[in-house]
Write a protein that binds this ligand. Structure first.
Ligand code: IMP
Ligand code: MG
Length: 184
């Protein structure tokens, strides 16, 4: 399948994404004025959002990454988050902001935030580009949310379908054809 056919509908344009990164970056800059922040990208979905966001943060910024695997959906182990790549830098005494692409169940980010708190971070917040309207009001919500989206499977700008389509510059709803596994 040609990559421009991977989405049946583009829901967030490149321009809208950049404007959202700017506004989130400005909010963070204001909230942490005079302080240093450790921005932690949750791999792999955090990129390219992470890279664009930090350009709009007008503070002393330290960058680190963490990689986790989570199991949810039909399995019972929805809180089972495994760290596949840990931080390189200490977070003790630091203002930490974890950055990810989307909150769906919110379990991954919530668990990682708990780990940072145990490690003695001064403060821990989350920043996500997207928040999915799943109807579950009890799940964790990040302090910094770029945009709310309908409860559909989206790809592009870091969001993958079987590790593909992260490189699309926009975000769109995955095509039915792809989900059915037809014609790659
Ligand atoms: P959760 O919030 O712990 O359920 O997990 C969020 C993770 O699930 C994200 O970081 C994505 O990797 C993945 N995810 C959730 N919804 C989507 C989607 O619509 N497209 C692609 N990945 C998704
Ligand atoms: Mg993913």
């Amino acid at each position: 399948m040609k990559i421009d056919k991977a989405c049946k509908k583009v829901i967030i344009s490149e321009e809208k994404i950049m404007a959202t990164c700017k506004s989130l970056g400005e909010r963070i800059s204001k909230d942490y004025e005079g302080e240093e922040v450790t921005m932690v990208g949750l791999l792999n979905g955090c990129n390219p959002f992470f890279s664009d966001l930090i350009k709009f943060i007008d503070l002393e910024v330290v960058v680190d990454y963490i990689k986790a695997s989570s199991y949810h959906g039909t399995t019972k182990s929805s809180n089972d988050v495994k760290i596949l790549k840990d931080l390189d830098l200490p977070v003790s005494g630091k203002n930490v902001i974890i950055v990810d692409d989307v909150i769906d169940t919110g379990n991954t980010i919530k668990k990682i935030m708990e780990i940072f708190k145990v490690k003695g971070a001064k403060s821990v917040e989350a920043c996500v580009l997207l928040y999915k309207e799943t109807g579950d009001e009890t799940r964790y919500n990040a302090k910094y949310v770029g945009l709310t989206i309908p409860n559909e499977f989206v790809i592009g700008y870091g969001l993958d379908y079987q590790e593909h389509y992260r490189n699309l510059p926009y975000i769109g709803v995955i095509s039915d054809e792809l989900v059915k596994g037809e014609d790659n």
